[in-house]
Design a protein. Sequence first.
Length: 547
Amino acid sequence: MFCFQCQETAKGTGCTIKGVCGKTADVSNLQDLLIYVMKGIAINSLQARELGIVRQDIDKFVMEGLFATITNANFDNARFVALVREGLALRDSLKADIVKAGGVLPANLHDSATWTADSAEEFDQKAAQVGILATENEDVRSLRELLIYGLKGMAAYAEHAFALGYEDNSIFAFMMKGLAATTDDSLSADQLVALVLEAGKYGVDVMALLDKANTTTYGNPEITKVNIGVRNNPAILISGHDLRDLEDLLKQTEGTGVDVYTHGEMLPAHYYPSFKKYDHFVGNYGNAWWKQDKEFESFNGAILLTTNCLVPPKDSYKDRLFTTSVVGYEGVKHIPAREEGKVKDFSAVIELAKTLPAPTEIETGEIVGGFAHNQVFAVADKVVDAVKSGAIKRFFVMAGCDGRMKSRDYYAEFAKALPKDTIILTAGCAKYKYNKLELGDIGGIPRVLDAGQCNDSYSLAVIALKLKEVFGLDDVNQLPISYNIAWYEQKAVIVLLALLYLGVKNIHLGPTLPGFLSPNVAKVLVENFGIAGITTVEDDMKIFMGE
Ligand code: FS2
Ligand code: SF4
């Protein structure tokens, strides 16, 4: 195996024996093979699209396939074998459609578009030949993988929107274009860089689409105090990012005596008006994804993982854990997809929850969030006045991911060290490093404004663009906003590319720069966009505050 897609990759260069995330070598290889098969599908899909053939089953397969290979989504060998098989069958049926429509399949099709096999043994053999290291030139490899990781993040957001009935053909078409491009040896490094930046454009589009899907379906997030204590009822803990799954679960648990709590990235669900009507939607339990090994244990009840971020479960709670959608783990019960026009059936989760004890309290109190674009615009006058009067000197976008590395303590320390006249704009699970710190407020505006999940970084960009307009500036970089972003997995990659596309410069990225950036590719990002890493809180603070 060779995998370097996340921030925790071994030695900062690549996991080669087993993933730091717990992914086994065989699963890692099968994920590489699935990506390879999807590249072949993408090549055929581009030709099919030219002939006017757009197959939703194919687009959906690629979207879900990319999502399934995201860090901490799916660890299940059998699931990937099945996906590879399904992918090969879909690819060949698409080829048949092309021929039926009068198209001629090129004689020199890339191997990914022609290779076929059926047995798991053959899959293993092929997988060993088509991984990341099959691209020898390290810069080309770096750019191809950067593009693929952007596409994975894009696919995840597209899937969340799709679950709510929102889709955009141009986003699917770009996924195909991007995947196919990674098989094209004739592309120059400059052309690959251009594709990576184009991915940023579609990153903005997909986050806007998801924002529309979420806010149209569930209302605009509003300032909300979220309880972090517990009640004395049996309960279900829902984690991941899928709001539709949460909705289905809340409906089915109503009146059953079973409470529902959020974990990790599901916390922002509490900010949506639609979910406030459920009395049994009690609060948020615990912290970011990486603390689940302890927090799932003390929760005592049933646990549902709707998307990434799953950590290989401990035996102490494995039999109380359920996965659904793209998530999977061998030996963990899986809730099948919802049938057309129906709610997803969570009865197995609910029935188990009823038999289990109430959660053990690990903290009490409340946290405040819900500062997505609409809510911030509602208090825009107050914010603008505070900036004009000097009460707010600078905003710090500290969005992105949390993770288990000790070096991430930097972010809590940085938040504590920030001058009292600064505001943190956050989104994603990075917030758990400072959303319980009691950082106070500035004239009633909390010093930590949480927009929501990682995709709600889009909201932060919308807020920045609005401020640019209000202050009559021509460049978003003239605003008193600094970017100190933490990343972990591939959703953060598409968020980063989206910010670059929007023209944001001088983003600091940590706790370490991606292992998949070759020195030359890193240089391009540094020279063109001012991307930088982090150092110490003290030194970085001086840079940010212009001292
Ligand atoms: Fe947390 Fe980072 Fe949300 Fe993941 S914000 S680790 O990308 O999907 O979460
Ligand atoms: Fe390693 Fe991250 Fe890949 Fe897991 S996802 S194998 S930790 S690089």
